[in-house]
Design a protein around this ligand. Structure first.
Ligand code: BEZ
Length: 224
């Protein structure tokens, strides 16, 4: 199947997870979801990532985002690994992996989501099988894929960046705005190109019209 693109409906699937069996779309419900894959259980970079995601649970919850990990191991390994993650992660603050991790031993879901990198020879396990690389899918409540990122096995993800994109997407869904380079929540945003100047003055009374006629910026007051 062709690779998944922004705007595609995230394929639905049934899976066994550390939190019991799930149907993906049903599990997402009216939330946003982040599906993120791992090269394997008991691996160092992944252990740091899962600990960090567990520590940041409140940051995801306040944005109405559910998280779900996946790696190509069975539930027995996942459950043992979660003990390690909580133990290691506790050094950096309270860690409790409460989000589900999908047991994808037969790589069915990893294949469905094109998470196996066949091209990169460094992304292979001891048996020569491609790892489920570090992919991230942000899915909105309509089950539409809104962000995909793929990192190599050797580089841990930056979850601040993933939260930053979620903030941008959620604000862009509510207001007619886009967000500039290196933007962070609370900073000025860009008026969407589809908004005419007269309308921009009404919608955004503090709008600034820059020398470039296509660039209009504005503060945006939003409640948390
Ligand atoms: C890791 O998570 O540390 C890792 C996994 C596979 C290859 C390289 C690193």
């Amino acid at each position: 199947m062709p690779s998944l693109r922004l705007g595609n409906i995230a394929p639905d699937f049934e899976a066994e997870t550390t939190a019991g069996p799930i149907k993906f779309h049903e599990w997402i419900g009216n939330s946003w979801a982040i599906l993120f894959s791992h090269p394997g259980d008991f691996t160092p970079v992944c252990t740091t990532e899962l600990g960090e995601v567990a520590r940041r649970a409140d940051d995801f919850a306040k944005r109405n985002v559910k998280l779900i990990g996946i790696s190509a191991n069975g539930l027995k390994d996942h459950n043992k690994w979660v003990e390690d993650i909580n133990d290691f992660g506790a050094k950096y603050g309270p860690t409790n992996v409460e989000f589900p991790i999908i047991a994808d031993e037969d790589r069915k879901i990893s294949t469905l989501y094109d998470m196996l990198d066949e091209q990169d020879a460094t992304n292979r396990d001891a048996k020569g099988l491609p790892f489920t690389i570090r992919t991230v899918f942000v899915v909105d409540p309509k089950k539409v894929i809104r962000l995909t990122i793929a990192y190599p096995a050797s580089t841990g993800r930056n979850f601040d960046e993933i939260l930053r994109v979620v903030d941008s997407l959620q604000l862009g869904d509510k207001h007619r705005i886009t967000t500039p380079v290196n933007w962070n929540k609370g900073e000025d945003v860009i008026v969407h190109p589809s908004v005419a100047n007269d309308e921009a003055k009404v919608l955004f009374p503090e709008v600034t019209f820059h020398k470039q006629p296509y660039l209009r910026t504005t503060p945006l007051k939003v409640s948390e």
